[in-house]
Design a protein around this ligand. Structure first.
Ligand SMILES: Cc1cc2nc3c(=O)[nH]c(=O)nc-3n(C[C@H](O)[C@H](O)[C@H](O)COP(=O)(O)OP(=O)(O)OC[C@H]3O[C@@H](n4cnc5c(N)ncnc54)[C@H](O)[C@@H]3O)c2cc1C
Length: 381
C-alpha cells in the first residue's frame, strides 16, 4: 500500500504539528501538574476544525478520513498526550452517531461536535464490565416515550466535561450482548451525574470520570439504531477507533525519541557525548525502528478503512497492539538514556513514561487485542 500522503493529509499534519509545538507542548507539564481541563486549548482546537476532522461534511465536519484523523492525533500527542486524548475520545464518541444515528440525530448532535462546541464522551466501561462488554449491567427500561437509565459507568474520558455522552445499556438484560442498546445522553439530563474523577498515573490533563445514571429519563428518539444493536455498534466503533490510539502511541513515541536523541547529543560522560557510546546508539536505533514499524502498521490500518475495505478488524488490532507495546519500549529507553534525569519532572520523558502506559489498557487491553488477532487469524468470527 502506498503511504504517500495527499496534499490535504500533509497540510493537516503540518497544521497540527505547528499548533502542538506552539500551544500544547509548552503547557503540557503544567497541565500534568494541575490536572485542570484545558478549555482554552480545546476552544482553539475547535476553531481550527480539529474536532470535526473525521465527521461528515454534511454536518460541518472535514470528512477527511481515518488516516487524516490519525495524523492529527499523532501530532497532538507528540505535543501533549492529555490533549490528544480529549480529541481521540471525542472522535470515539461521535462515531456511533455517524454509524447509527438517524438524520435527525445527526442534525442535532454532529454540527456542535464538529465545531468542538460540545465535547463528546463514550460510556461503555462499568466497574464490573471492562474487557467483558457483554457483562455490563446498566439498564434502560422503556417507559412510554422514554427510556429510564440506571447504572454506573467507570473510567469515562471527557465524562465530566462532555455535552454529549454515548451510553451503552441493556434494554433486554436476559439477552446477553444482544440485549445492549446505545443512547445519546445530554449533559444536564435529570438523574445523570458525575460521581468521581480518577487520580491517574498519567494523562492527568484529561478527566476520567465515573458517571451515575439514577432513573435518568432519556427520550426514546435518543436511542441510536434498533434495540439490541449496541454491542455490534460498540465493536464497529472500536475497530474504527483503534488506529487513532495507535497514532497516540506514535506521537508520544516520536516525542520521546526526539528528546532522547537531543539529550544523547549533549550529555557527556567519560570524555564524550553519550551518543558516541555504542550501547546508547543501539537504544536509539531500536527506538526509531520500533517507531517506524508502528507508524507503517498504523497508517496501513487507517488507509484500509479509508479505502473502503470490507473488513479491517485484524489490521486495526495489530496496529494498536504493536504501537502500544513499541511506545512502551521507546519511552522506557528514553528514560534510560536520560539516566537519573529521566526520573525527575524537569525532563519531559518522565511524563511521557507515565502518559504512555494507559495506551496498553484502554480501547481493549493488549490481551484483548491478541484474542481478537488470533480469532481473526483463525477465521473464528
Ligand atoms: C485512563 C482511562 C481512560 C478510559 N477511557 C474510557 C472511555 O472513554 N470509555 C470507556 O467506556 N472506557 C474507558 N476506559 C476503560 C478501559 O477501556 C478499560 O479499563 C479496559 O477495557 C479494561 O477493562 P478493565 O479495566 O475492567 O479490566 P479487566 O477487563 O478487569 O481486565 C483485567 C486484566 O485481565 C485481562 N483479561 C480480561 N479478560 C481476559 C481474557 N478473556 N483473556 C485474557 N486476559 C483477559 C485484561 O487484559 C487485564 O490485563 C478507560 C480506562 C482508563 C484507565
Amino acid at each position: 500500500m502506498d503511504f504517500t500522503l495527499s496534499e490535504t493529509q500533509r497540510l493537516l499534519k503540518q497544521t497540527a504539528r505547528e499548533l502542538a509545538e506552539r500551544e500544547l507542548a509548552p503547557r503540557a507539564a503544567e497541565l500534568d501538574r494541575t490536572a485542570a481541563f484545558p478549555w482554552g486549548t480545546v476552544r482553539l482546537l475547535g476553531q481550527t476544525g480539529f474536532f470535526g476532522v473525521p465527521l461528515p461534511a454534511a454536518y460541518g465536519g472535514g470528512e477527511a478520513g481515518v488516516l487524516a484523523s490519525c495524523l492529527v492525533v499523532e501530532e497532538l500527542a507528540r505535543g501533549c498526550m492529555s490533549t490528544s486524548s480529549v480529541v481521540a475520545a471525542h472522535f470515539l464518541a461521535a462515531w456511533p452517531i455517524v454509524l447509527a444515528g438517524s438524520a435527525a440525530q445527526k442534525e442535532r448532535y454532529l454540527p456542535p461536535l464538529a465545531r468542538g462546541e460540545a465535547i463528546a464522551a463514550y460510556a461503555q466501561t462499568e466497574p464490573e464490565a471492562g474487557s467483558d462488554v457483554a457483562a455490563l449491567r446498566a439498564s434502560a427500561r422503556r417507559d412510554g416515550d422514554a427510556y429510564v437509565l440506571n447504572g454506573t459507568k467507570r473510567f469515562i474520558t471527557n465524562g465530566s466535561v462532555a455535552g454529549v455522552c454515548v451510553v451503552f445499556a441493556k434494554t433486554d438484560p436476559a439477552a446477553g450482548h444482544r440485549g445492549i442498546s446505545a443512547f445519546v445522553v445530554e449533559q444536564g439530563a435529570p438523574g445523570f451525574s458525575v460521581s468521581r474523577l480518577e487520580h491517574k498515573m498519567g494523562q492527568r490533563g484529561v478527566p476520567t470520570a465515573e458517571l451515575v445514571f439514577a432513573d435518568c429519563r432519556v427520550p426514546a428518539d435518543q436511542r441510536l439504531g434498533p434495540e439490541g444493536s449496541g454491542f455490534r455498534l460498540a465493536m464497529q466503533t472500536l475497530d474504527w477507533s483503534r488506529p487513532l490510539i495507535g497514532a497516540q502511541a506514535i506521537g508520544i513515541g516520536q516525542a520521546a525519541l526526539d528528546a532522547a536523541t537531543a539529550y544523547a547529543r549533549q550529555r557527556t560522560t567519560f570524555g564524550k557525548v553519550i551518543a558516541e557510546h555504542q550501547a546508547v546508539r543501539m537504544m536509539l536505533a531500536d527506538m526509531v525502528t520500533d517507531l517506524e514499524a508502528a507508524r507503517l502498521l498504523d497508517y496501513r490500518a487507517a488507509a484500509l478503512i479509508d479505502a473502503g475495505a470490507p473488513r479491517w478488524t485484524l489490521e486495526a488490532s495489530i496496529s494498536k497492539l504493536f504501537a502500544g507495546e513499541a511506545s512502551r519500549r521507546i519511552v522506557n529507553a528514553a528514560v534510560q538514556i536520560h539516566g537519573g534525569y529521566g526520573y525527575v519532572a524537569d525532563f519531559a520523558v518522565e511524563r511521557y513514561y507515565r502518559d504512555q502506559r494507559v495506551i496498553e489498557l484502554y480501547e481493549g487491553t493488549n490481551e484483548i487485542q491478541r484474542l481478537i488477532i488470533a480469532r481473526e487469524l483463525l477465521g473464528e468470527r
